[in-house]
Design a protein around this ligand. Structure first.
Ligand SMILES: *[C@@H]1O[C@H](CO)[C@@H](O)[C@H](O)[C@H]1NC(C)=O
Ligand SMILES: *[C@@H]1O[C@H](CO)[C@@H](O)[C@H](O)[C@H]1NC(C)=O
Ligand SMILES: *[C@@H]1O[C@H](CO)[C@@H](O)[C@H](O)[C@H]1NC(C)=O
Ligand SMILES: *[C@@H]1O[C@H](CO)[C@@H](O)[C@H](O)[C@H]1NC(C)=O
Ligand SMILES: *[C@@H]1O[C@H](CO)[C@@H](O)[C@H](O)[C@H]1NC(C)=O
Ligand SMILES: *[C@@H]1O[C@H](CO)[C@@H](O)[C@H](O)[C@H]1NC(C)=O
Ligand SMILES: *[C@@H]1O[C@H](CO)[C@@H](O)[C@H](O)[C@H]1NC(C)=O
Ligand SMILES: *[C@@H]1O[C@H](CO)[C@@H](O)[C@H](O)[C@H]1NC(C)=O
Ligand SMILES: *[C@@H]1O[C@H](CO)[C@@H](O)[C@H](O)[C@H]1NC(C)=O
Length: 859
């Protein structure tokens, strides 16, 4: 079965000293402090921190540990700086950009202060890196809890902080009450701007979108593994002093094969030569041409309640693998499929050169304890018939924890004796030290020979904590507003808008005027929303909105830059969106009409934004006012959901999926169920979004109350009726009806129809809306690719291959109650008018407060 690997035997020697073609990266900032010790050189030059320019004051003292473990280097571990009175800050003047911050700890008794008495917090530039941290507990945990790991005397914590222009890098140690803090060494190394930040290709696993890694994110490296290879020490890294560990202690069962490459690694523009050392790409763990059904699985304990970025490094080193489609494999992270058909040759345009992929996953915190959970990474052959070999392989792995919205990376201390949390308790075999085969690999793997270690399966039964089933569970409140939201003075706001000049008005909302303004010496255009003092939205809501919004960052949401609350003014400052509202491009305004594909992309983008609102934070956020004027378009027509003035936090209690609230929203978009029962759910946003979809398709307002037959007044109802009769194509915007592929229209209609169902529980969740719309886009693209010519036949529910089910004809639950319901409304105190809401049954005739925005004109 493994015969094809035989040629590799002839290259048994693999030397770590092969000449490397990679030029190391040259860091612009580099500090290495031997805290509490002297300037000295031991493989690298360490500077003393004594009287150095980094230390502002002297509320600390130096000490030496009572013992020294022979397995750890002398520098920096034979001295420490101790803080037992107050907090203490090191300040490093560095250039802007991302920096590695590495903290070296050796828990021991220092001047009579016992190791188990030390608890402290570490923060840096507004990020909370460690909180009530015990180096002693952490080291003990690492030494006992992992299968096959040796005792761990020392700990190195690695963070990445993005230093903004004009900032310095500060590191503050704060002892917990009646405790002390200590540090043995500090290292700061800059890294290439694009190595871990600004990645365009984050793949979200188990959800369709999530946080991006921006300058406001700090990272902690949790694992960095040279999969299938030996330990790579920091000096053999590509100039950034990262060290790469062996992966075998994290393997769940099968060891697989560890082939080694013989030829130099060729780096590319997408994978520059500093990405990872050649040694990482030259070794891998693979399965061989597998006839057995199994996965290669790694278990990686992490703190729960955080997002993690998995960076998987691949490079083809098996000479037999030469083309696209020869080896296809699946990648699973926490049992979610991250890739169904991973194909290295496809990713690298047929070359098989090094490449890496980033996968972001959220690790749910089920009981609010933030305790450690095993993250599962598994790979296995796809077993597609076209596959030549049934193999799967991985060369390197980096796992990063992403800071929370409030800038925190800190998890709790590990529990040494796992309190029997949930049944069943860990079985004794899970605690065994080095498994026999891993020891063999480790032994021979040191530096010289890593060859076919064909070992079937070693199964250590690891018993998992239970209760991991539900995917979406939000149990925690938001933290306090972060310091990342900028506060403007009223003068700055006035300067930016030329004293709220009328000509600067770009929008009028229910809550006040929106102006275009220019800040930062006129370099940056922003949208400035000045809340009407008469608005019912009080100061409290204003603050809630700031608190909520300052934590939300997503490419599909308009971001809040700052606010001003001077002199009784309530002003919010947002990113300026140069292409205005979606509605402006549909039927209001004089813009050229949007092509159908662009419309689809906008819908997908907005749906992703809403999905993020619903699931991205600890508690769901319900927008409550989704409409085409609240979807803005940037200069590239990327859709951004805006105006969270009415947003509500979702339910707090478990098992409840609505919040009680007075009805607010906009006629024509308002969820009838919400209107009836005043119970707001995420599905109310889904309804409104369904109305937007029809607006996009038909290019007309959701309510037309003059000049059209009654049945056409309400678009939601008109659209569903036509969908039901199979005549949706008749109401499509004439300007684009020739562009739309019939299958795509069917799919799109189906999505809109399902969003607009009367019963919230029958409507899809936003992530489902996203992928169904994406599917519609694929249908459109497939047809465009085939002939660029779309047939005129828009009827019929067929034309789709295979397993697609169409709601055709409509089911009973889809038939809306056609009733017209009139009521009076008040528009911000002054004008009054009449609005119409269709599809509603009036329950008790009582009048509800309905907020009506500018989309409906008074009759
Ligand atoms: C490595 O990358 C750097 C920066 O792009 C470049 O200057 C250098 O020539 C590269 N080295 C090799 C061997 O490609
Ligand atoms: C801090 O430690 C020093 C040296 O061990 C000791 O003299 C001093 O009393 C300690 N201060 C506090 C507040 O514990
Ligand atoms: C801390 O460690 C010392 C020995 O180093 C031990 O005597 C003491 O009981 C420990 N304290 C706690 C609270 O575990
Ligand atoms: C770092 O500390 C210096 C001096 O203590 C202070 O002036 C500066 O504002 C701090 N910078 C950051 C980013 O916290
Ligand atoms: C710090 O952690 C220790 C052990 O995890 C705990 O006993 C102690 O109460 C914590 N202290 C604070 C201030 O949270
Ligand atoms: C790979 O293995 C499968 C069965 O396990 C076999 O049918 C196939 O021929 C093998 N491919 C090669 C190229 O050896
Ligand atoms: C591989 O792992 C995935 C995800 O846990 C699982 O669904 C699949 O059944 C596994 N395959 C095998 C052959 O065990
Ligand atoms: C993944 O699936 C395995 C069984 O296939 C299960 O034991 C494990 O708990 C699952 N992991 C997660 C994180 O759900
Ligand atoms: C950040 O938020 C998390 C979870 O909401 C919370 O546990 C933590 O204490 C917060 N940290 C800070 C520094 O506010």
């Amino acid at each position: 079965m493994f015969a094809f690997l035989l040629p590799l035997f002839s290259f048994l020697l693999f030397s770590t000293t092969t000449t490397t073609s990679a030029q190391p990266y040259k860091p612009t900032d580099y500090f290495l402090l031997n805290c509490g010790g002297a300037t000295t050189t031991s493989n690298r030059k360490w500077d003393t921190d004594e009287r150095s320019k980094f230390m502002p004051s002297t509320t600390s003292f130096t000490s030496t540990p009572n013992k020294r473990d022979p397995s750890i280097p002398e520098i920096p571990y034979s001295s420490a700086r101790i803080f037992n009175t107050s907090s203490f800050t090191y300040t490093f003047r560095v250039t802007s950009g991302p920096k590695f911050l590495r903290l070296y700890f050796y828990p021991a008794t220092y001047s009579g202060h016992q190791a188990n008495q030390s608890f402290f917090s570490v923060s840096s530039n507004g990020y909370s890196l460690l909180s009530n941290f015990s180096a002693f507990l952490t080291a003990s945990y690492l030494g006992t809890q992992l299968v096959g790991s040796p005792p761990v005397p020392n700990i190195i914590k690695e963070f990445i902080i993005y230093v903004k222009p004009t900032q310095s890098l500060n590191v503050t140690f704060t002892p917990s009450p009646n405790s002390y803090a200590f540090i043995n060494g500090i290292e700061i190394v800059s890294l290439p701007e694009n190595l871990y930040y600004k990645s365009k290709d984050l793949n979200y696993v188990g959800q369709t979108s999530g946080p991006m890694i921006t300058e406001d994110t700090s990272l902690e490296n949790i694992y960095r593994l040279n999969v299938g290879g030996s330990q790579i020490s920091s000096k053999d890294d590509t100039g950034m002093y990262r060290s790469w560990d062996q992966d075998d202690r994290y393997l769940l069962s099968a060891i697989g094969l560890t082939p080694v490459n013989m030829t130099p690694i060729v780096y590319t523009a997408d994978t520059p030569n500093y990405t990872a050392p050649e040694l990482v790409y030259a070794t891998q763990r693979s399965m061989g041409n597998q006839s057995e059904l199994y996965n290669l699985t790694w278990l990686l304990p992490v703190d729960s309640g955080f997002y993690y970025n998995f960076r998987l490094h691949f490079c083809n080193i098996i000479p037999q693998y030469t083309r696209q489609g020869a080896v296809l494999f699946r990648i699973f992270i926490n049992n979610h499929t991250a890739e169904e058909r991973a194909d290295l040759f496809y990713w690298t345009q047929g070359t098989g050169y090094p490449v890496f992929k980033d996968y972001v996953i959220f690790v749910n915190d089920f009981d609010g304890s933030r305790r450690k959970q095993d993250l599962w990474l598994a790979i296995g052959p796809n077993r597609d018939k076209s596959e030549q070999y049934h193999d799967a392989f991985l060369n390197g792995l980096e796992v990063f924890k992403l800071s929370l919205f409030n800038g925190s990376l800190a998890g709790p201390n590990p529990e040494l004796q796992p309190t029997p949390p949930s049944p069943p308790p860990p079985s004794p075999t899970g605690k065994k030290k080095t498994p026999p085969y891993a020891a063999i690999i480790g032994g021979i793997g040191g530096a010289l020979v890593l060859m076919l270690s064909v070992l079937g399966f070693i199964v250590f039964r690891r018993v998992k904590h239970s209760g991991d089933k539900s995917d979406e569970q939000k149990s925690k409140d938001f933290g306090l507003p972060s310091g990342r939201c900028r506060r403007f003075t009223i003068q700055e706001v006035k300067d930016a808008t030329r004293e709220f000049d009328e000509t600067r008005v770009i929008g009028r909302g229910g809550f006040g005027m929106v102006y275009i303004g220019y800040i930062d010496n006129d370099t940056t255009a922003v949208a400035i929303k000045r809340l009407n003092a008469l608005s019912k939205q009080g100061f409290h809501e204003f603050q809630t909105e700031i608190g909520l919004l300052s934590k939300l960052r997503h490419v599909q949401l308009v971001s809040l830059i700052g606010y001003c609350d001077d002199e009784g003014e309530m002003v919010l400052v947002y990113d300026y969106m140069s292409n205005g509202t979606l509605q402006d491009h549909l039927y209001k305004g004089k813009n050229p009409h949007l092509p159908w594909k662009r419309r689809l992309e906008i819908c997908i983008g907005a749906a992703k934004g809403l999905h993020y609102l619903h699931t991205g934070a600890n508690r769901a956020i319900i927008h409550r006012d989704v409409k085409s004027t609240n979807i803005l378009l940037d200069e590239n027509f990327v859709a951004k959901v805006a105006d969270f003035g009415l947003s509500k936090l979702g339910p707090k209690e478990k098992g409840v999926d609505y919040v009680n609230t007075t009805v607010k929203g906009t006629l024509g978009y308002l969820d009838p169920e919400y209107y009836k029962y005043q119970q707001l759910t995420e599905k109310s946003d889904v309804y409104s979004f369904g109305a937007v979809l029809l607006e996009v398709l038909c290019s007309r307002p959701v309510i037309i109350n003059r000049g059209v037959p009654d049945e056409e007044m309400n678009l939601a109802e008109w659209g569903r009726k036509n969908y039901g009769k199979g005549t949706l194509h008749e109401i499509v915007d004439k300007r684009i009806s020739d562009e739309i592929a019939p299958n795509c229209l069917m799919k799109f209609g189906e999505v809109a129809n399902s969003c607009l169902r009367m019963k919230g529980s029958k409507r899809p969740k936003m992530d489902e809306v996203v992928w169904r719309l994406e599917f519609a886009l694929q249908l459109q693209e497939a047809v465009e690719k085939m002939d660029g010519e779309v047939s005129g036949d828009m009827k019929g529910g067929s034309g789709m291959s295979g397993n697609q089910e169409f709601m055709f004809p409509v089911k009973e639950e889809d038939v809306s109650v056609v009733e017209e319901y009139e009521y009076n409304y008040e528009l911000e105190g002054t004008s009054t008018g009449v609005g119409i809401q269709h599809g509603l049954t009036s329950t008790d005739g009582s009048s509800h407060e309905v907020f009506v925005s500018e989309t409906v004109l008074p009759r």
